[in-house]
Design a protein around this ligand. Sequence first.
Ligand SMILES: *[C@@H]1O[C@H](CO)[C@@H](O)[C@H](O)[C@H]1NC(C)=O
Ligand SMILES: *[C@@H]1O[C@H](CO)[C@@H](O)[C@H](O)[C@H]1NC(C)=O
Ligand SMILES: *[C@@H]1O[C@H](CO)[C@@H](O)[C@H](O)[C@H]1NC(C)=O
Ligand SMILES: *[C@@H]1O[C@H](CO)[C@@H](O)[C@H](O)[C@H]1NC(C)=O
Length: 256
Amino acid sequence: MDMAWKIIQLLLLASVTAVWGARPKSQKGKKNLLNVCMYGKHHKKEPSPEDKLHDQCSPWKKKACCSVNTSLEAHRDVSLLYNFNWEHCGPMKPACKRNFIQDTCLYECSPNLGPWIQKVNQSWRKERILNVPLCKEDCESWWEDCRTSYTCKSNWHKGWNWTSGINECPVKNTCHRFDFYFPTPAALCNEIWSHSFKVSNYSRGSGRCIQMWFDPAQGNPNEEVARFYAEAMMNGAELHGAWPLLLGLVLLLLLS
Ligand SMILES: *[C@@H]1O[C@H](CO)[C@@H](O)[C@H](O)[C@H]1NC(C)=O
Ligand SMILES: *[C@@H]1O[C@H](CO)[C@@H](O)[C@H](O)[C@H]1NC(C)=O
Ligand SMILES: *[C@@H]1O[C@H](CO)[C@@H](O)[C@H](O)[C@H]1NC(C)=O
Ligand SMILES: *[C@@H]1O[C@H](CO)[C@@H](O)[C@H](O)[C@H]1NC(C)=O
């Protein structure tokens, strides 16, 4: 086989690889991970502006997956969203409750959770979030604010007595302080919603963790975070997809 021909082939292969790698990011298919709403019980199909989002949900008003009604319900003790009672072991301290309201606002309103959306087979939703990297300070203050309130379970998704229509503690689960069921901040944030969160060791403002709390005057910091993780995930998938093809081309050249 002619040497010149082989060199031309190699140059072609190199340029194909280079073009592949240099494609604009927007063509890499990560689009469906950004600016999306999960297929949950109350989520809108697509994010859009909601001028009137209530109180703690208002940071999401420029682009939200929740309706105004959902944002109002998120602030009620036993909201109609899930008939879930935060005060299943007596009154919850207001400082603690505001963390649960904020958590609900993030879950219902955020259009930036795409990289962590997973399909599920549940009667009340078709998709969930898994391992969202919650900024460590947001988790720590949630735990601090709640450690002296009371609960009877460490997983709030499963195992309730629903006979009355509202979650009640099963008779075998006694009420204890939060720090009995959740000895550490990570135990709280990771376990309470079956690993919807995985507390990050990144800090607020790092651009590498999701903030439950933010000042909308500075924009929504979670947009950048979602973009970063979407890109990391797509590049991983992309390289895995590209390797067999590249190896095949190289072998073809060597053998010809
Ligand atoms: C708000 O949402 C709840 C729960 O989905 C629903 O039962 C209620 O009728 C809604 N209220 C309004 C005013 O749309
Ligand atoms: C969900 O349920 C359907 C029907 O019951 C089943 O065919 C499917 O495999 C399930 N999917 C998952 C992810 O478990
Ligand atoms: C569930 O709650 C009902 C009352 O709402 C009670 O009668 C029943 O014993 C409870 N069951 C369990 C297993 O806790
Ligand atoms: C956590 O922090 C350590 C040390 O600062 C760092 O090496 C590691 O990559 C971090 N991991 C995550 C998931 O943030």
